[in-house]
Ligand binder design. Structure first.
Ligand SMILES: Nc1nc2c(ncn2[C@@H]2O[C@H](COP(=O)(O)OP(=O)(O)OP(=O)(O)O)[C@@H](O)[C@H]2O)c(=O)[nH]1
Ligand SMILES: [Mg+2]
Length: 275
């Protein structure tokens, strides 16, 4: 993970990455990962042109964080999914989440440092009011259901609606079925087909994963992160967007290296004028 050191100029916003050659491994994303469980995904298979241009042109575009909220029924497998990815562990015992658990994962997307903030919320009704306060300002909502429990799939739309009440409608949407290891291995499982249909109605991308075996877990998080990065950069580049300016109270900020100052000088406000 490159460390960003402030440049010597007092009051400067310029940051310079230290070249400490850290291997990001699976956290390094150079191409848009594919939606391997959902050929009819509402999201694209490539990074947007503007994202690629901005990433090439600005050597130190640094987005501090994006937020993904994980919601779904009690015992659907939210925490197990997050723990498999973040800590590579799986626990057969059920430890319910109280309120919200947080994780931050560091990525390198198109050579730019990028953090994914994960909010793993409680499925229990009685903790709902605590966790709802963390729903706001999310970039992605991940509705998790249990592939062995049809009821948890039927509740998926309700979880999405709750998240949408506190977020923009264009928030990235994922419908993720867990415990795939417990399904009989037929190529077209009934519940997966139903879930794909529901994903269409929810305008979400469908994934089928297993926290126990790790199947599709890393692929899913890489796709989630890449799409969050892409949509965030595009939104920041868009004009007339209140969160595109660093003076706003967004989680997101853009910093530029000294090398970009020539480009910046020709513009009134570099934060709003990249094309
Ligand atoms: N076999 C199998 N079991 C799983 C999988 N994912 C989760 N489980 C089990 O399902 C139970 C519930 O998992 P959790 O991850 O705690 O569920 P949760 O959605 O976080 O539950 P709440 O925090 O109460 O909302 C645990 O006993 C897990 O071991 C999986 O992929 N395969
Ligand atoms: Mg949990």
């Amino acid at each position: 993970m490159p460390i960003y050191k402030k440049s010597g100029i007092k009051g400067s916003r310029n940051y310079k990455p230290l070249d400490n050659n850290v291997d990001y491994g699976t956290r390094q994303i150079d191409q848009m990962p594919i939606a391997c469980c959902d050929p009819r995904s509402p999201y694209g298979g490539q990074f947007g042109e503007r994202t690629l241009r901005a990433c090439e042109r600005v050597t130190s575009l640094c987005l501090s964080a994006c937020k993904a909220i994980f919601v779904g029924d009690v015992s659907a497998g939210k925490s197990s999914l997050v723990n498999r990815f973040c800590h590579d562990v799986f626990d057969r015992n059920y430890n319910r989440t109280i309120g919200v658990d947080f994780e931050v994962e560091k990525f390198l997307v198109l050579a730019h440092a990028f953090n994914l903030q994960i909010c793993d919320t409680a499925g229990y009704e009685r903790f709902r009011c605590t966790s709802e306060s963390y729903y706001r300002n999310a970039n992605a909502v991940v509705v998790v259901f249990d592939l062995t429990n049809a009821e948890s799939l039927r509740n998926a739309e309700r979880w999405l609606d709750e998240a949408l009440q506190l977020n923009r409608p264009e928030i990235l949407r994922f419908l993720v079925g867990t415990k795939r290891d417990l399904l009989v291995s037929t190529p077209h499982n009934q519940i997966e087909n139903e879930a794909k249909q529901m994903a269409r109605e929810m305008k979400a991308e469908f994934w089928s994963v297993s926290a126990e075996s790790g199947e599709n877990v890393t692929k899913f998080f890489r796709r989630l992160t890449a799409l969050s990065f892409d949509t965030t950069v595009q939104r920041l580049l868009g004009s007339n967007n209140p969160i595109s300016h660093p003076s706003g109270n967004s989680l997101l900020n853009l910093y530029y290296l000294k090398e970009d100052r020539k480009i910046k000088k020709s513009k009134k406000c570099s934060f709003c004028r990249i094309n």
